[in-house]
Ligand binder design. Structure first.
Ligand code: HEC
Ligand code: HEC
Ligand code: HEC
Ligand code: HEC
Ligand code: HEC
Length: 311
């Protein structure tokens, strides 16, 4: 087959996936029904009454205004979810709420679905980590080591997964978005949590950016050295260490052990810088004598920090 047939084949597979995917989603009764839902929460019912009163007085305009608001709230869970990565990966309502997605009869579909305020609900705030952890195992493992988790289980005020990953978009907040969120508990007045944690967290995540740029420098240096037909195997090893540290950071973060987090980032930065030195092409940083020993030591330190159990 030449490349044109490959492109045609790939195109057909993609087309097929597009045709099949919505069909597969449509089989889920939670989605089918909730997509069309009208008002049901207290606030929605309240608005509905306003609507009915307006209707009684024949105020047509307000009817429309409120109808839009009501529909928006009623569908909001569904709509936010459609914009999430979960929707893209076919993680549906029943994956977190339970129930029977094969039945289109509400009472049957809702068997095992509880309100988030009920302690036996999979989405009760204290049960949320385990619910998410069914799929996000590594984040849960780290989170269980954190003071946040210990506080959560001890019935004290602490964030759970969806505190920081706004339902139902379940997106990753960026630094500027989450700083205010942390400060809701981490502040001088509340005294439930150290007030300097948000600032420290921001510093740590900035350091993670430094690691990323050092890795980029190392990759460039290795590329250059390869062009000059130099042996890059030692440099590649250091770079691999740095990359695996970088890739593990979003998971490691959930331990909320900032000194440890910083330590790991620093070891990654050192490994990336060592990779640059190893190529021998770096002009900004002179080659240190005995750098093989340093490489080995950096690697060992990194492995030690990574594998060591904390606390
Ligand atoms: C036939 C329509 C229908 C189907 C199917 C359906 N729901 Fe619902 N759902 C509703 C309605 C209506 C409400 C509003 C509250 C009520 O009437 O019980 C609701 C409320 C909810 C709530 C809010 C909690 C509560 O009890 O009020 C959750 C969570 C929920 N549904 C999840 C699901 C999941 C998960 C599925 C699939 C396993 C599902 N629903 C299937 C119609 C449906
Ligand atoms: C990744 C997990 C996850 C998925 C997927 C998910 N939810 Fe939720 N949902 C939660 C969590 C956690 C809460 C509790 C937090 C809150 O109240 O906002 C919640 C709360 C709710 C509530 C508020 C009612 C209550 O019990 O307090 C409704 C209604 C709801 N979800 C409906 C849906 C529907 C409909 C879908 C599918 C379109 C869906 N959810 C998909 C995790 C999820
Ligand atoms: C049934 C499995 C499943 C469950 C349960 C689940 N997730 Fe996910 N989650 C996924 C998949 C699959 C992805 C997309 C692939 C990836 O990023 O790993 C994802 C992605 C994410 C992302 C990254 C989104 C992005 O924009 O990059 C976040 C954050 C997330 N989930 C949080 C949660 C939270 C919080 C819960 C619990 C309330 C939860 N998930 C429950 C499977 C699940
Ligand atoms: C106090 C806030 C907070 C809590 C609690 C929290 N997260 Fe996160 N989560 C974040 C932040 C911030 C990031 C991005 C970290 C980064 O970029 O290094 C993130 C990243 C993620 C990602 C994306 C990882 C990736 O590889 O990009 C997933 C998935 C996730 N969290 C799931 C969870 C789950 C599951 C829980 C509960 C067990 C949880 N989070 C609890 C703040 C939180
Ligand atoms: C709902 C309240 C709440 C929110 C929101 C919250 N925290 Fe916490 N945090 C706590 C509590 C409570 C503790 C435990 C304090 C203790 O036991 O000393 C804690 C502990 C910590 C610790 C450990 C401090 C130490 O001395 O070991 C770090 C780090 C931390 N939080 C970071 C964050 C970050 C970063 C965010 C935002 C992304 C955040 N927290 C959001 C309540 C919260």
């Amino acid at each position: 087959m030449n490349y044109k047939s490959y492109i045609i084949l790939l195109g057909s597979v993609l087309l097929l996936a597009f045709i099949i995917a919505p069909g597969a989603l449509a089989d889920n009764s939670c989605l089918d029904c909730h997509e069309k839902l009208s008002a049901f929460s207290e606030k929605e019912k309240e608005l509905n009454e306003v609507r009915v009163k307006h209707l009684a007085r024949d105020v047509a305009c307000s009817l429309e205004c409120h109808a839009t608001t009501i529909d928006r709230i009623a569908k909001s869970n569904y709509e936010q979810w459609t914009h999430s990565k979960h929707a893209l990966f076919n993680v549906t309502c029943n994956n977190c709420h339970g129930g029977n997605p094969d039945s289109s009869v509400k009472e049957v579909a809702h068997k095992g679905v509880f309100r988030s305020s009920e302690f036996n609900s999979t989405v009760f705030y204290r049960n949320v980590p385990e619910t998410c952890g069914n799929c996000h195992k590594r984040e849960l493992t780290e989170f269980m080591e954190s003071k946040h988790y210990q506080r959560l289980k001890a019935l004290k005020q602490a964030p759970t997964c969806d505190t920081c990953h706004s339902p139902h978009e379940f997106k990753v907040l960026n630094v500027s978005e989450f700083q205010g969120l942390c400060s809701q508990c981490h502040n001088e007045d509340m005294r439930v949590a150290p007030s300097d944690a948000p600032d420290k967290a921001v510093t740590a995540l900035k350091n993670a950016e430094k690691l990323k740029s050092e890795i980029k420098l190392a990759q460039d240096a290795i590329k250059q050295a390869k062009q000059q037909e130099k042996d890059v195997s030692t440099a590649q090893k250091s770079l691999d260490t740095a990359i695996s540290i970088r890739d593990n950071l979003p998971v490691l973060w959930h331990g909320f052990n900032l000194p440890h987090f910083e330590e790991v980032i620093d070891s990654g930065i050192k490994a990336a810088q060592q990779a640059q030195l190893d190529t021998g092409t770096s002009i900004t940083r002179p080659k240190t004598p005995g750098f093989e020993i340093i490489t080995a030591l950096t690697g060992l330190t990194a492995m030690y920090i990574l594998t060591r159990r904390r606390r």
